[in-house]
Write a protein that binds this ligand. Sequence first.
Ligand code: 13P
Length: 249
Amino acid sequence: MPKIVIAGNWKMYKTQSEAKAFFSEFPAHLKATASQAAIADQQILICVPYTNLAILQTLVPSLGQNNLSIGAQNVHWAENGAFTGEISAPMLVELGIKYVIIGHSERRQFFGETDETVNKRLKSAQAHGLTPILCVGESKQQRDANETESWIFSQLAADLVDVDQNNLIIAYEPIWAIGTGDTCEATEANRVIGLIRSKLSNRDITIQYGGSVKSDNIDEIMAQPEINGVLVGGASLDPAGFARIVNYR
Ligand SMILES: O=C(CO)COP(=O)(O)O
């Protein structure tokens, strides 16, 4: 059985003081919404801006929530070098970071990320023992043109060359559902995720859904058999709301 991973992607939100305020409230909300036994087998992950990584790595262990980790939102493929504005895998590893998002559609759309650079980032992350969360998904235009499957299959084929499928999470994030409130129907997300799984050599990979996940649609999404977790943007910024998402039922 794939592990359930409930992840937040804070994107470019929260200063250090705002991040600390979130974690001063989050554990109490988690305890108030469900028993620890119910969520014990899940991985809870929050991928934060680089400026919050170090402080949260020292703060989170004191919260008594062993299944809660902090992750990064990108990583460069080189160990170091003249790459202004980038962060390398050894820099994350030294902080004790274990998870990193790679190939988010916002990186592909606004920062020139290609399947080739996504593939290089994935391999470097894995070579340093990090578990990448690879994001794939189609645009509205591609969906309307019935190109969803062919597009995602081409992303997977290019992104996963020489990538170890034993240390990988995939997030299906239809671009048209991100930040729009226009969630993909749970059954449709389940169908596409099933197709993604059919293309993998390791069928036990955790595959998440992402795109306008909220506390009021999480139960239906997580009830789908192919969906092993979620990658949550906006709704992960609120400690009470994200605790409710972790405690789906
Ligand atoms: O991009 C996302 C997560 O990576 C989804 O963002 P929203 O949940 O805000 O739609």
